[in-house]
Write a protein that binds this ligand. Structure first.
Ligand SMILES: *Cc1c(COP(=O)(O)O)cnc(C)c1O
Length: 365
């Protein structure tokens, strides 16, 4: 007889990542393809982070300092919280996983939107909990009325995501405060803000402003997007002390490796890179919305470094045709939207290449 995993493990769906460039080039025999599929930073990593990582190499025989004191101090100053209120993760993915481990048991319910980031589902299912999915509004905003309606005595966690992936919408301060009033403080609220630095809407809320309220609000941030360090795997959660202490008990002691700690610290100080990234993304979005406005598709307004397009036809063919032209974007079929694609803002030449290929394909298919 074989050892058995809990039965509910069979319901965990596989994570579908964006197609890697190398795989595309191998399969299609093409070169110089571009990837606008995973919301990565188009400028490459922060140069200051790269230098710091190089210096870290001579210490690779050492265990990292799991407490990462320097990084924690710097992050706390930047977030306006205490270092004890931060939990570092191997990507914010790992913080999501730790939160699920601590707060979800078999049969509990975790509310989330549909579509939403697949890691919420995976982490909840791995605890034997039930992901309860509430469709986004037609404009891809959170439907707070429906979320409140879906709360039951079994609800333990509510996942919110602002800017929302893949919709690009933000949660406003008014929406969030009206919502909080209707939620029992025993329910943990997670605000995933992986893209918040790209936001230009002054009405948007941040969970950081609710660190000291009656509710337990956890704000998730990452170095994977604005700071261009997706490959290093580092993110963090800001949360009330009682939650940070519980997560501290399950956090693997060496989960942030030495290059990641030093790279993240350096990226935080790389003001030129941050400014250039924001400038590239915002100008890129303006370019896309301007050049696509005459087409018979719907581009959804966005506050992130990506945007969604409703093609009004099945997206799979368009996705495949783009691949043949060496352009990788994300079809949203795995999110339940067969007619939609998500495009990450790239460098200007990459954006132009997407627009050219996309217009050709839409005119001929
Ligand atoms: C990219 C992304 C993250 C960040 O994940 P990391 O594990 O920090 O790389 C978190 N949430 C959402 C919705 C994302 O799109």
């Amino acid at each position: 007889m074989k050892p058995t995993a809990p039965e509910y493990f069979n319901s965990i769906p596989p994570y579908v990542p964006g197609k890697p460039l190398e795989e595309l080039e191998r399969e299609y025999g093409i070169t110089d393809s571009i990837k606008l599929a995973s919301n990565e930073n188009p400028l490459g990593p922060s140069p200051k982070a790269m230098k710091a990582v190089e210096h870290a190499l001579s210490n690779l025989h050492r265990y990292p300092d799991g407490a990462a004191p320097e990084l924690m101090e710097r992050l706390a100053a930047k977030m306006g919280c205490r270092p004890e209120e931060i939990i570092l993760g191997n990507g914010s993915d790992e913080v999501i996983d730790m939160l699920a481990k601590v707060y979800l048991n078999e049969g509990d319910e975790a509310l989330m939107t549909e579509p939403s980031f697949l890691m919420y589902t995976i982490s909840a299912l791995a605890q034997g909990a039930v992901p309860v999915k509430i469709p986004l509004r037609e404009d891809f905003g959170h439907d707070f009325g429906a979320i409140i309606q879906a709360i039951t005595p079994k609800t333990r966690i509510i996942f919110l995501n602002s800017p929302q992936n893949p919709g690009g919408t933000v949660i406003t301060k008014d929406e969030f405060e009206a919502f909080l009033k209707k939620v029992d403080p025993s329910i943990l609220i997670i605000m995933d803000e992986a893209y918040i630095e790209f936001n230009r809407d002054p009405k948007a809320v941040t969970g950081l402003d609710y660190l000291d309220c009656d509710h337990t609000v956890v704000t998730l941030r990452t170095f994977s997007k604005l700071y261009g360090l997706a490959g290093l795997r580092i993110g963090f959660g800001v949360m009330p002390l009682h939650a940070a202490q519980m997560l501290g008990r399950v956090r693997p002691p060496f989960n942030i490796n030495i290059p990641a700690q030093l790279g993240a610290l350096a990226a935080l100080e790389d003001d030129d890179y941050v400014r250039e990234t924001l400038d590239t993304v915002h100008k890129g979005l303006d370019y896309f919305f301007d050049t696509l406005k005459d087409m018979d598709v719907v581009c959804y307004p966005t506050q992130a470094n990506f945007f969604m397009i409703d093609l009004k036809r099945d997206a799979k063919e368009v996705y495949e045709a783009l691949l043949h032209k060496g352009v990788i974007i994300r079809p949203l079929g795995s999110y339940g939207f067969d007619n939609h694609i998500r495009v990450t803002v790239g460098k200007p030449q990459e954006n132009e290449r997407f627009v050219r290929a996309f217009k050709e394909i839409m005119a001929t298919l």
